[in-house]
Design a binder for this molecule. Structure first.
Ligand code: FAD
Ligand code: SF4
Ligand code: SF4
Length: 478
């Protein structure tokens, strides 16, 4: 077995090929081609099977990476899949969209001088193969249980919790205010990072497992939290964060200035074949426009690359720090640059210009201060460096805060932190309301899909413990 591995010295790192820029700029299909079987085996064999695998330590779901790499290198793919899905409900999704450079691959010990093992691409390959071969099956509980759990939010946190609770035999209902399940996987993240049928085959599988998926059901509108607590023995809040941060600038309310998620949802819906009046009217379509996206995170990268595919006349990303200090994944920045996005680093908007509609962005150059005691550099404006960019469409991608969940759910007893996230006891994941748990971005603040999965799994475990102990107490007092 050992001689099959440790090949990182002789075999160079190879990522799956990217489609040609000229080709991929014109569609919303994923940009990476698949590994073939031989390539996946060869790349997996570069792993040196560390005794203390730092890749695993830095994977939020603690995937047993060395084991599934070894099994892949040995051609034992079905076993590799069994190991990989044991810790991760959606491995093929993480393989596609985790920022691996900051997580598993960024901590691979052979990085120095040799480049890390391509963990994410192998994970994607294993699970895509498992789907092709029919190894991915709906969970079948060993026993059915009486109790039911209601989950508010069908994003990665809610869906991972749903699958884990169903595995333990609970009746599970997921409520989501959208017409499709998946949360940001379906309506936030564009198809060129994550094709939509990859998400939809997962939600179909959950239905096949007996999970009830109630879409078009907004808690706070169609039912209050109290009503759900009456219906279910436990409730999980996994509603994500959706209140867009705004620009406090002159001209922010001009026509043609949009929030990132409105823009991305319209583009995703269009791709899914829906009727989207705001897109069809041209309002949220970047075609032929000079587009400026303000912000430097993953959402901003998704917006600029969407605008490129909609055949904008020009696409500029404006960010107040430099390339090295982008919050977004460096891989996505490189992809955006290749696709023709222009970056205005170290610059910040001062005013949005126009009469009724946007015609330009006045901006100023920035510099970074010396690092403070925490190492962070603050951007400062450089006097008299104003400049103007032409713009017929401006997209604000400045991040998200939580909505006011206690007010929305008509439940003032729910507590929130000073950031507005739902307060939980971090050991039990329960809110101050008996039997009401919370997980995912609504607890952490805007985060990552893989952290949502981890939280959903942990919440399921905690809900299971709670229901077991409640049952024991009821039996004792009967
Ligand atoms: P969400 O995915 O937000 O799901 C919450 C669900 O709750 C939604 O479906 C919503 O409709 C529903 N809901 C909300 N309120 C109610 C209510 N009152 N009643 C019923 N349902 C309700 N992460 C990565 O790891 N990689 C990436 O490449 C990446 N790209 C991103 C790109 C964009 C544009 C954005 C915005 C985020 C991105 N993220 C990425 C972050 C990631 O998508 C989130 O961290 C993750 O989806 C959070 O999961 P969640 O289940 O907590 O919430
Ligand atoms: Fe890496 Fe994400 Fe997969 Fe973990 S889940 S191994 S962090 S790609
Ligand atoms: Fe293999 Fe790198 Fe993980 Fe070590 S850190 S087990 S070499 S993938």
């Amino acid at each position: 077995m050992a001689e099959k591995m440790l090949k990182f010295i002789d075999i160079p790192q190879r990522m799956p090929e990217k489609r040609d820029t000229d080709e991929r700029r014109h569609d919303f299909n994923e940009i990476y081609r698949e590994f073939d079987d031989q390539e996946a085996r060869t790349q997996a064999s570069r792993c040196s099977q560390c005794g203390i695998p730092f890749c695993q330590v830095h994977c939020p779901v603690q995937n047993n990476i060395p084991d599934w790499l070894r099994l892949t290198a040995e051609g034992r793919l079905e076993e590799a899949y069994a190991v990989s899905q044991a810790t991760n409900n959606f491995p093929e999704i993480c393989g596609r969209i985790c920022p691996q450079d900051r997580l598993c691959e960024g901590n691979c010990v052979i990085e120095k001088g040799f480049h890390s093992v391509t963990i994410g691409s192998v994970e994607k390959y294993i699970t895509d193969t498992a789907w092709e071969k029919g190894w991915v099956k709906p969970v079948t509980p060993a026993r059915e249980r009486e109790e039911s759990v209601g989950i508010i939010g069908g994003g990665p946190a809610g869906l991972a919790a749903a699958e884990e609770l169903r595995r333990r035999g609970y009746k599970v209902t997921v409520y989501d205010r959208h017409d499709r399940m998946g949360g940001l996987l379906i309506y936030g993240i564009p198809g060129f990072k994550l094709e939509k049928d990859v998400v939809m085959r997962r939600t179909r599988l959950l239905e096949e497992a007996g999970i009830e998926l109630k879409s078009n059901f907004a808690v706070g509108r169609d039912a209050g939290l109290d009503e759900l607590r009456q219906r279910h023995d436990a409730v999980l809040i996994a509603t994500g964060v959706y209140k867009a941060r705004d620009l406090e600038l002159p001209g922010s309310g001009l026509g043609g200035v949009h929030q990132a998620l409105d823009y991305l949802i319209a583009a995703n819906r269009k791709g899914l074949g829906d009727k989207v009046p705001e897109f069809d009217s041209g309002l949220l379509d970047a075609r032929g426009k000079h587009v400026v996206v303000i912000g430097g995170g993953d959402t901003a990268m998704d917006c600029v690359r969407t605008a490129i595919r909609q055949e904008a006349a020009s696409v500029t990303c404006m960010y107040r720090r430099d390339r090295e200090n982008m919050p977004g994944s460096m891989r996505e920045v490189r992809n955006a640059e290749e696709e023709g996005v222009h970056f205005e680093w170290l610059s910040a908007p001062r005013a949005l210009l126009g009469d009724d509609s946007i015609s330009g962005v006045r901006a100023i150059r920035m510099r970074l201060s010396r690092p403070d005691s925490s190492g962070r550099q603050t951007p400062k404006p450089i006097p008299e460096t104003d400049f103007t960019l032409r713009a017929d469409m401006v997209i604000k991608a400045l991040g998200f805060d939580p909505e006011d969940v206690p007010r929305l759910f008509g439940c003032p007893e729910l507590e929130v932190t000073r950031w507005g996230t739902v307060k939980i006891d971090h050991r039990s994941m329960m809110t101050p309301l008996e039997g009401v748990f919370a997980a995912g971005d609504i607890v952490r603040g805007a985060s990552l899909v893989v952290w949502g999965i981890r939280d959903g799994r942990d919440a399921a475990e905690n809900i299971h413990k709670y229901l077991l102990s409640r049952r024991t107490l009821q039996a004792a007092s009967a």
